[in-house]
Design a protein around this ligand. Structure first.
Ligand code: GDP
Ligand code: IMO
Ligand code: MG
Length: 431
């Protein structure tokens, strides 16, 4: 019996939400372990679209436990809005369905103010963050001045930490970032209200997960962002501020690695990226425009248009290795319908040299010229296909070639946003 981690294998938005929702059927507990409301995970069930930012993508199944682990940074205002919206739609009817780690860090108004101000000052060199305060919240965690849920719950601890932080952050905001100072009393009152609304969900989630796993319950770990946005293994500094890889699932949920048996990477059949940073297979012309239009490539969190390009095997191979992927789910195959030829990038060229492995240097990544192998395209619509053998031969050849160049089994192909628009070749919970 397996526990499974679902990890983004590219720059995020690969369709993790859809696949997590699908496999929630086979799990008992769904855990978010990093990131915050920079994530936007889209679920389409019976034609109805739901976008989740903080609550795990298992929330549409009535009988599953959703856990926000210690590695997540939580904006309580956004979480409350999300819980209320889910409840209004008939989900999360029992409060026992959601648990928040007492060690998860709380995003504060100064984190958002600093994030936005820094981006403004960076001008052209901006990272293109989601502006949700994610980076500054993780900075405070590592600087050991962050406020955790357990601190928020203790009125005196919270007051003391907030007083100290506000003094320092206001100095930084005013003197360095030329921003307005924030008001202690207002923040203190607002966060007091958030405390009252959320305290019933807060607990020792590491212990809870251990107890449930020992009792034979099955856990699905839901990654946010993607491997190339990982703070260590991504396109630094154009990354997010957390460990998005499988290792992060352990530290971010308090569960040992022996409890994760299967790791499924989610990858689009092409590539997208939101925000700044190198992207070797990016298409600036009409093909990129077609991918954006056909794939509806607009951010689920910020609404920004996503940059689009061909499938990049160099980066996905990196994700296979970094995460120890045991399989890959290939999404949005339907979007490629209509292209005469579909290139796959198998390596890069830089300074006359062939580069097969993901380079750490931003300069190499920014100057990397993709080496393409051209596959035949197809004209058939795929969104109604439910069996792999019913896919046109050219499509099957494309999938099989991707499987070869990334050296990993493709366990699923997705042919539309709907839960049912999926061809499962192997269920990772079966191993
Ligand atoms: P996530 O952040 O990885 O959960 O992905 P997002 O939800 O941000 O972005 C993926 C988008 O693609 C969403 O709008 C999904 O509804 C949609 N999607 C997922 N799988 C497919 C697919 O196979 N085909 C198409 N056309 N859309 C898909
Ligand atoms: P999901 O979970 C795609 C990107 C931002 C920016 C960089 C840093 O939906 O796949 P941050 O606000 O995290 O400091 O921004 O990371 N980014 C994402 N891109 N999908 C996401 O999440 C992302 N979360 C952050 O666009 O380039
Ligand atoms: Mg997303």
């Amino acid at each position: 019996m397996s526990n499974v981690a679902i990890i983004g294998a590219q720059w995020g938005d690969e369709g993790k939400g859809k696949i997590v929702d699908l496999f929630t059927h086979d799990a008992d507990i769904i855990v978010r372990f990093q990131g915050g409301n920079n994530a936007g995970h889209t679920l389409v069930v019976n034609g109805k679209k739901t976008v989740l930012h903080l609550v795990p993508s298992g929330a549409l199944h009535g009988d599953k436990l959703c856990v926000i682990g210690n590695g997540v940074v939580v904006d309580p205002e956004i979480l409350i809005e999300e819980i209320d919206a889910l409840k209004a739609q008939g989900h999360l009817q029992s409060d026992a369905q959601l648990r928040i780690s007492e060690q998860a860090h709380v995003i504060m108004p100064y984190h958002k103010a600093i994030d936005l101000a820094r981006e403004r000052l960076r001008g052209k060199g901006k990272i293109g963050t989601t502006g949700r305060g994610i980076g500054p919240a993780y900075e405070d965690k590592v600087a050991r001045v962050g406020i955790r849920f357990v601190d928020l719950l203790e009125e005196d601890t919270f007051r003391e930490k907030l007083e100290r932080n506000i003094e320092e952050k206001n100095f930084y905001l005013k003197a360095i970032l030329q921003e307005k100072a924030l008001d202690f009393a207002e923040i203190h009152d607002n966060y007091g209200r958030y405390r009252d609304k959320l305290k019933g969900y807060v607990t020792n989630t590491g212990l809870l997960l251990d107890q449930r796993i020992r009792a034979g319950k099955r856990v699905l770990f839901e990654g946010a962002q993607g491997t190339l946005l990982d703070v260590d293994h991504g396109t630094y500094p154009y990354v997010t501020s957390s460990s998005t890889v499988t290792g992060g699932a352990c530290s971010g949920s308090g569960v040992g690695p022996q409890h994760i048996q299967q790791v499924i990477g989610i990858s689009k059949a092409y590539t997208t990226r939101v925000g700044s940073g190198p992207f070797p297979t990016e298409l600036d012309g009409p093909d990129g425009e077609t991918l954006r239009r056909e794939g509806a490539e607009f951010g689920a969190t910020t609404g920004r248009s996503r940059r689009c390009g061909w499938f990049d095997a160099v980066t996905v191979r990196h994700a296979v290795r970094m995460n120890g992927l045991t399989g890959v789910a290939l999404t949005k195959l339907d979007v490629l319908t209509g292209f005469k030829k579909i290139p796959i990038c198998t390596a890069y060229r830089f300074n006359g040299q062939t580069v097969d492995e993901f380079p750490a240097s931003s300069k190499v990544m920014a100057g990397a010229q993709p080496v393409y192998e051209e596959m035949d395209g197809w004209d058939e619509r795929l969104d109604d296909v439910r069996k792999f053998s019913d896919l046109p031969a050219t499509v099957r050849k494309y999938v099989k070639r991707i499987e070869e160049v990334i050296g990993t089994e493709i366990i699923l192909v997705s042919v539309g946003p709907g839960r049912e628009q999926t061809i499962v070749l192997r269920n990772p919970f079966d191993r």
